[in-house]
Design a protein. Structure first.
Length: 172
């Protein structure tokens, strides 16, 4: 499955600080269970993620330095402002309560004891993904670990500003 990691910084970076494929160590990638991780097009990925559902919660503003001679070398980063945190978390809360109810309705002692029961495995996975969905989008920042949008929103408050300085494609 393909997903994206956005690298966050507290301040904008200069063109000299460009992040490349070696940004993440092999151990960081292997520990997460990824089989590939490499730099991808930040402008495309940000436009894709932050023009839809996430646009209500992450306000992004492009910061672009044009290279007229080599347009493929344009230097791009985004200023990202957290907004509507409570609304975002209310949605997480509602999805979690729904998944929890579904799980408790399906759970029996026999199913719990049956290690091969696929329904229980799926429901546990679904329950975890509501609070920490790392399947589509993650952030990586100076806090030293990967964060799902849900984790980032729990840690931040409305008005917090970050700079998206790189995007990585990964699959697992």
């Amino acid at each position: 499955m393909h997903s994206t990691i956005f690298v966050l910084n507290d301040n904008p970076i200069s063109e000299n600080d460009v992040i490349d494929d070696d940004y993440f160590s092999v151990s960081q990638i292997e520990r997460r269970g990824y089989d590939y991780c490499g730099v991808t097009n930040l402008e495309y990925e940000a436009r894709d993620y932050f023009s839809g559902y996430y646009s209500e919660f992450f306000q992004t503003e492009i910061m672009k330095t044009e290279n007229e001679d080599y347009p493929e070398d344009n230097f791009v980063q985004y200023k990202m402002t957290i907004k509507n945190r409570e609304k975002f978390m209310k949605g997480v809360y509602k999805r979690y309560r729904k998944a929890l109810k579904e799980f408790s309705n399906a759970l029996t002692l026999e199913k719990l004891l049956d290690s091969e029961d696929r329904d229980i495995h799926y429901l546990l996975y679904k329950l975890q993904c509501v609070m920490d969905d790392t399947c589509a989008l993650q952030f990586y920042s100076d806090y030293g670990d990967f964060e799902s949008p849900e984790q980032l929103m729990r840690r931040c408050k409305d008005g917090d500003v970050y700079y998206i300085v790189a995007a990585f494609d990964y699959h697992f």
